[in-house]
Design a binder for this molecule. Structure first.
Ligand code: NAD
Length: 263
């Protein structure tokens, strides 16, 4: 990974930030892409402190086609053509379908699925141009495969189901070009996303309740840490995973392996 250009979307927080810092520690040249310019630039600074060969903050909305093309051009100019890309930016908005405003449905699909497609398309174009192949990791979710017991997951689950289908399709299309495409499937990971939509005053109590639920419901008895997902992603991005494509690496403490069905 040393001196390799790596681009991470949603790199300003949570899982993306942990991936940026893990790649930085291996001496990569990291592009930190986020819609939140301040977070992107503070994580880029952290990356340099962690040993990155170079770091570039890129303010970009992954659902904006032009902006994503410009972001890859900026990355290529400063860091070199990205040989590894983590398509990770995402949001979660939950409502039961009959109460779901169409705008919320569209927003989730626009960012989580169409934005991820635009990221992968630019990544593939860049890798085809160099002719050296590369590795793309997309962030999916258990909700691509199982229903959330909490409910209200129609839009998010649909977007992540789409991500998983897209990963398989891209893996097949570009394998002969040396481009590997895989998904990481994080379970419940302790990031700001877990508290999305809650007022600041409610967050501490909600976090305590989530920790309690995690102890009871997740076989490993706790939430995952962003660094634990980053370890899986950096492996998939690296040449150590050279024979892995079209696969899903599930990192969920056993959550999806467990069935609540006792019959
Ligand atoms: P997070 O909220 O900490 O980070 C998400 C980042 O994406 C933020 O920095 C945000 O600004 C950025 N972002 C949002 N919309 C964007 C856009 N349009 N363009 C560019 N950047 C944008 O959340 P996280 O938990 O680190 O989530 C990262 C990914 O992991 C998401 O795709 C999420 O769906 C997935 N995931 C998270 C969990 C979990 O439990 N935390 C579980 C499964 C999957």
């Amino acid at each position: 990974m040393r001196d390799r250009a790596i681009l991470v979307t949603g790199g300003g927080s949570g899982i993306g930030r942990a991936v940026v810092l893990a790649c930085a520690a291996r001496g990569a040249r990291v592009g930190v892409l986020d819609i939140d310019a301040l977070s992107a630039s503070s994580v880029a600074d952290e990356a340099l402190a962690h040993g990155a060969a170079d770091a570039l903050a890129i303010n970009c909305d992954v659902s904006d086609e032009r902006a994503v093309a410009d972001a890859f051009a900026a990355c290529e100019n400063q860091l070199g053509s990205p040989a590894a890309v983590h398509a990770n930016a995402g949001i979660e908005i939950n409502h039961p379908a009959h109460l779901m405003p169409y705008e919320d449905w569209q927003r989730v699909l626009r960012i989580n699925l169409s934005g991820l497609f635009l990221t992968c398309r630019e990544a593939v174009r860049a890798m085809l141009r160099t002719g050296h192949g590369g590795s793309i990791v997309c962030t999916s979710s258990p909700s691509a495969f199982t229903g959330f017991s909490g409910g209200g997951n129609a839009a998010y689950g649909s977007s992540k189901g789409g991500v998983s289908a897209l990963v398989r399709s891209l893996a097949i299309d570009y394998a002969r070009h040396g481009i590997r495409v895989n998904a990481v499937v994080p379970g419940a990971i302790d990031t700001p996303m877990l508290l999305t939509g809650l007022a600041v005053a409610e967050q501490a109590a909600a976090h305590d309740a989530i920790l309690r639920d995690a102890r009871e419901q997740i076989p490993l008895g706790r939430l995952g840490r962003p660094e634990e997902i980053a370890a899986a992603v950096t492996w998939l991005l690296s040449d150590d995973a050279s024979y892995v494509t079209g696969s899903h690496l599930v990192c969920d403490g056993g959550l999806t392996a467990r069935s609540a069905n006792t019959f």
